[in-house]
Design a protein around this ligand. Structure first.
Ligand code: R5P
Length: 301
């Protein structure tokens, strides 16, 4: 029996799946993925999966509903082919920001997603920088939660030689900010953020950034409103350069234009989400492919 792992790519991020496959010295698994005329997704696995450890890479940004359901359908097909294990490699796990009942009548989508992944037969999850660590607890399957902070910090160190301070652009990013400040041996300053609308936030800086370079860290950038407002505030308060790093560059709506015309000097992201914008001088991307490939290798028997 063929015991080599099989890696399939959902349609969300084929480029990243190819890089991971290269790093593992394997080819991507063959499958036929299409849509019926009525819009339903159809998949046919063209490999022998019986008794094999199968990995499916799918990110959940851009069209999260479509990509989530496509992943479930691929997993179902693999399950019915009697794979030994099915690992979802989801570099960006969407729906995680709705992780508590913070007002009446709202769902907890992070838990719902955890449940449907298991129901589809997925036995293991590999993911990067969850919105909150505790989301891992929603899963009954094993979760490899990979952190990209070392990757981001190492790149940052090559970009700034002068002293800098870490800024958490909202209260939710204090924890990651603390970890980064420790890694970089520097101090942490916090912004108390208030969201006025989807694309508009305002904040108050708690701490001093005058005369220093600022390094902002967050798990994701969606509309860019958080980073843009935080960068303006830090510049108003007399900082020098503002560099930001986020793991997941979702860049919803006109986020790229908002960032390009902001006070941010540079933005570092990873490729957990497929880039759908032209390369730009102020936005640099580093790949998580080696991190994912290492996690896949470690999980093999
Ligand atoms: C919030 O809790 C997150 O960590 C991000 O700060 C936020 O989701 C970013 O969204 P946007 O780019 O739309 O401000």
């Amino acid at each position: 029996m063929n015991k080599r792992p099989l890696l399939f790519a959902g349609s969300s991020h084929v480029k990243l799946a190819q890089s991971v496959a290269r790093a593992l010295h394997i080819s991507l698994g063959q499958m036929f993925l299409s849509q019926f005329p009525d819009g339903e997704t159809h998949v046919q696995i063209l490999e022998e999966v019986r008794g094999r450890d199968v990995f499916i890479l799918q990110s959940m940004a851009g069209s999260p509903n479509h990509y989530l359901f496509e992943l479930l359908i691929i997993a179902d097909a693999v399950k019915r082919g009697s794979a030994r294990s099915i690992t979802a490699v989801i570099p960006y796990l969407g729906y995680c920001r709705q992780d508590r009942k913070d007002k009446p009548g709202v769902p907890i989508t992070a838990k719902l997603v955890a449940d449907v992944l298991s129901a589809a037969g997925i036995t293991h999850l590999i993911t990067c920088d969850l919105h909150a660590d505790q989301v891992e607890g929603f899963f009954t399957i094993t979760v490899d939660h990979l952190h990209c902070r070392n990757l981001l910090c190492e790149t940052l160190k090559t970009m700034v030689k002068e002293p800098y301070i870490v800024v958490a652009p909202d209260i939710g990013s204090i924890k990651i900010g603390e970890k980064i400040a420790k890694l970089l041996n520097t101090e942490l300053v916090v912004i108390k953020k208030e969201r006025l609308s989807d694309c508009e936030v305002r904040g108050v800086l708690i701490g001093d950034v005058r005369g220093l370079n600022v390094f902002m860290i967050d798990d994701l950038c969606s509309t860019g409103a958080t980073l843009v407002a935080a960068a303006s505030l830090c510049k108003q308060e007399g900082c020098k350069k503002v560099l930001a790093a986020v793991t997941h560059g979702l860049f919803a709506q006109d986020a790229i234009q908002r960032i390009e015309s902001s006070k941010l000097d540079s933005l570092l992201i990873t490729d957990t989400v497929a880039a759908e914008y032209a390369p730009s001088l102020s936005i640099q991307s580093i790949s998580v492919a080696p991190l994912l490939a290492a996690a896949i290798s470690r999980s093999l028997p």
